[in-house]
Structure formats: structure tokens, C-alpha cells
Design a protein around this ligand. Structure first.
Ligand SMILES: NC(=O)c1ccc[n+]([C@@H]2O[C@H](COP(=O)([O-])OP(=O)(O)OC[C@H]3O[C@@H](n4cnc5c(N)ncnc54)[C@H](O)[C@@H]3O)[C@@H](O)[C@H]2O)c1
Length: 344
């Protein structure tokens, strides 16, 4: 298939692009190259004959229309977004513009293209969203596809809005959409403002490892390459109009996750004292959701997908990757806002 992937220069989008090309798809990567983008994530595939890159902003509907006309994709996989909760607290405007208005412009451009082509049933608009739209869980229970939406941060509210738009374009105009809501991703090429790379890189620099609050927040960690495989499966086999929750079956409290990473670093790159001695508890994020957990029954039973790695194994691969790829992450530490406490 020919896929139009938005946000393909980001963390998850680039994993999707690499895997889609390896699976034999053609890919048009549309990305505005914001502070979070790294075309280096695609260095291994940049010369692939099935790969094309278009620098464009999803808020620009006229440009999107020309991209659809020129490239004639069979499906859209929409990952472009502002994605960092802490940045959404400091500057919600960019999140409304890209995540809400950008998704609206993309839906309109996709609908026009699909209608002009005679509304092919095989077309897919796959919207990639987050479990954060469901709000916060107590110690028990998990999010299913029918859990009511209850977003609590500017980021999650903007993603929830975009999910509603995508469903509305299906119900109202018949656009063949799919939605996925996934848990926290981690793995190679993770931008160094997110928790796991921050822990690894601060530890390696001998800097305090910041843990918000008491580190009690629980996340369900999903290895990014497992996620990319799940997305490509849903895009090809998912039922139109349906949403699928994608989780890693790997719940961990932040403090336990940080200690696991420190223990892996103690083993792989021993220092003169345990890395866990650098852990430093800092003021919590305002409105910090306590727990997210995904019930993955639907994707497992309908599509036969399960994560392939445990958290222990995924973290081991991730720590190894950061140790081996300093040339990738070192320049990113200079980008705006990286290394500073945001959203406090
Ligand atoms: N990272 C996670 O753990 C996670 C979890 C759940 C859902 N998601 C969702 O998955 C998607 C991808 O997340 P990610 O972590 O790879 O994000 P990311 O921040 O690493 O990458 C986002 C990409 O989108 C591009 N982009 C931003 N605004 C744009 C615009 N206006 N026009 C075109 N391109 C633009 C950026 O340049 C960047 O390459 C997002 O929709 C996010 O909400 C992420």
C-alpha cells in the first residue's frame, strides 16, 4: 500500500515509517519538522526507493490537498501532533492548533480526496491517539475502548478533541476511519525530553535524575517497535469505524521504572557509585494523572496482536541503544526547552 504518514520524523512516526518500508509498503512522510522532529531517525531508509519526504504543516489544508493529489495514498496514518504534556501546560495554544485544527484540516483534505476518487471502501484514515484521553485510574481497573473520555491536561484534551472529530467524519461523511489509543511508548530514538531518555542521559552525565512527586504514578509501557507493528496491523485489518486500545501489558510505577533503568546502567556502564544515588524527587506536575492501564482484549482477540517484549527486555534494548548512539542524542540536548523543567 502507499501510506501517507504524518509526523513521520517523530519518535513513533519514524518507527512506523521504518517498519512500513521493511514490510514492502511505500511511504510519503509529511512532517513540519518542529523542535521534536529528527530526520536522522530515518537515515537508514532515506534513500529507499519507496520513501518520499514532504515538509508541510498539517494546519495548511491547501498544501495537504496538493499532497493528496500528487501522491494518491491508499491510507493515511496520522501521528503528527504536539505530544509533550509538560509543554502543553506552559503553552496550550500550539496543542489546540496542531492537534485539533491540524487534524480538522487533514480530515477535510482526506475527505475531499476520497470523495473525488469515488469514495473507495478500501481507503483508510488511521488516527493515532493516546490512553490519556480516558483520564486517570485509581489502583484498580483498566481502560477499554468504551471507557468514557475524561481528559485532564491541555495535551489530552486536544487529543480527545481530535478523536471526536475523526469519529464525526466517519459517522457524518462515511470516511473509513480507524482509531488507536496507546499507552506510553519507549525505545530507540525517543526525544530526550521524555522520562526514560531523561533518566538515562542525566544518569550518564552524573546529573540529578528528576522524579515527579513521590514517583507513585503508574504507566503501562509499550515498546515503540511493538506499537509500530500493532499500528500497521490495525491499518490493514482493523474494522472500519472502530477503535483499538494498544498497551504493553507492562505496568510500572515511575520510581520502579527509574530504579530498573539505574540497575541496567550499573550493569552496562558501571560508575563509581550506583546510579540510583542520583534520584531526586521534584515538585509534581499539576494535575498529574495517577495511573493509566490498557485492557488490550479487543486487539488481541480480533487481530491477534500482543506485545513481543517485556519491560525488562525493552529497557535493556533501549539503554543499550542510548549507550551506542550518542551521536544521535547529543545534538538534541541543545534544542529549545530540552533539559529544563517545563510545566511546573
Ligand atoms: N509518545 C507516546 O508515548 C505516545 C503515547 C500515546 C499517543 N501518542 C501519540 O502518537 C503520536 C506520535 O507521538 P510521538 O511521541 O512520536 O510524537 P513526537 O513529538 O516525537 O513527534 C511528532 C511529530 O509531529 C510533527 N509535527 C508536529 N506538529 C506538526 C504540524 N503542525 N504539521 C506537521 N507535522 C507536525 C513533529 O515535527 C514531529 O516529527 C502523537 O499523535 C501522540 O499524541 C504518543
Amino acid at each position: 500500500m502507499k501510506l501517507l504518514v504524518t509526523g513521520g520524523a517523530g519518535f513513533i512516526g519514524s518507527a512506523v515509517v521504518r517498519q512500513a518500508l521493511a514490510d514492502g509498503h511505500e511511504v510519503v512522510n509529511l512532517d513540519a519538522l518542529t523542535y521534536a522532529a529528527c530526520l536522522e531517525n530515518l537515515a537508514l531508509v532515506a534513500g529507499h526507493p519507496g520513501y518520499a519526504f514532504v515538509k508541510a504543516d498539517i494546519r495548511d489544508q491547501a498544501v495537504l490537498e496538493t499532497v493528496f493529489a500528487e501522491h494518491a495514498p491508499d491510507a493515511v496514518m496520522h501521528l503528527a501532533a504536539e505530544s509533550h504534556v509538560d509543554r502543553s501546560i506552559d503553552g496550550p495554544g500550539a496543542f489546540i492548533e496542531t492537534n485539533v485544527l491540524g487534524t480538522y484540516a487533514l480530515l477535510q483534505a482526506a475527505r475531499g480526496y476520497w470523495q473525488d476518487k469515488g469514495r473507495p471502501e478500501s481507503f483508510r484514515f488511521h488516527h493515532i491517539s493516546t490512553d490519556e484521553v480516558f483520564g486517570s485510574l485509581g489502583p484498580e481497573g483498566k481502560f477499554t475502548e468504551t471507557t468514557p473520555y475524561d481528559p485532564r491536561s491541555p495535551y489530552s484534551a486536544s487529543k480527545a478533541s481530535s478523536d471526536h472529530l475523526v469519529r464525526a467524519w466517519h459517522e457524518t461523511y462515511g470516511l473509513p476511519v480507524l482509531l488507536t489509543n496507546c499507552s506510553n511508548n519507549y525505545g530507540p530514538y525517543h526525544f530526550p525530553e521524555k522520562l526514560i531518555p531523561v533518566v538515562i542521559l542525566n544518569a550518564l552525565a552524573g546529573q540529578p535524575i528528576p522524579v515527579y512527586g513521590a514517583g507513585e504514578n503508574v504507566r503501562d509501557w509499550l515498546y515503540v517497535e511493538d506499537h509500530a507493528a500493532a499500528l500497521l496491523l490495525v491499518m490493514q485489518k482493523g474494522r472500519v469505524g472502530r477503535s483499538y486500545n494498544i498497551g504493553g501489558e507492562n505496568e510500572a510505577r515511575n520510581i520502579d521504572l527509574v530504579r530498573m533503568i539505574c540497575a541496567l546502567l550499573d550493569e552496562m556502564k558501571p560508575a563509581d557509585r550506583p546510579y540510583s544515588s542520583l534520584i531526586s524527587f521534584v515538585a509534581d506536575r499539576p494535575g498529574h494523572d495517577l495511573r493509566y492501564a490498557i485492557d488490550p482484549t479487543r486487539i488481541r482477540e480480533e487481530l491477534g496482536w500482543r506485545p513481543s517484549v517485556t519491560l525488562e527486555e525493552g529497557l535493556r534494548r533501549t539503554v543499550r541503544w542510548y549507550l551506542d548512539n550518542e551521536a544521535w542524542w547529543r545534538p538534541l540536548l541543545e534544542r529549545d526547552g530540552v533539559g529544563r523543567r517545563l510545566g511546573a
